[in-house]
Design a protein. Sequence first.
Length: 137
Amino acid sequence: MTILKIILAIVIGLLIGGTVNTGIIMVSGYIIPPPEGTDLKTLEGLLAAMPLMEPKHFLMPFLAHALGTLVGAFIAAKISTNNKMTFAIVIGCCFLVGGIMNIFMLPSPVWFTIIDLGFAYIPMAYLGGKIVLRKSN
């Protein structure tokens, strides 16, 4: 596999996965409205709103992280010609690093941190890789 194809698989997987993640976050406020009087458009507004958040407000961020990782891993594995699961897991690790960074910038409840870091990244990347492997057999 050429270096260019390796780089393309990872970059395209990250871009498309990131786009899915961002898209879900952008529509989340319409699906589950934020607490009354909060402004979630800035980091400061998010930090101020965190104590007012209920468990339902964490559903869409989890889905954004999980589905963004799943789609990104699927795309990277699909583009690669071999080592498909490796490419999927690389995407999962990249998104996991982003998730860890997000927790330091925007502290969330411990239960959400455990669920998000434990289930949204590596397991979804593995699932994305498995889907590609099953389709290719």
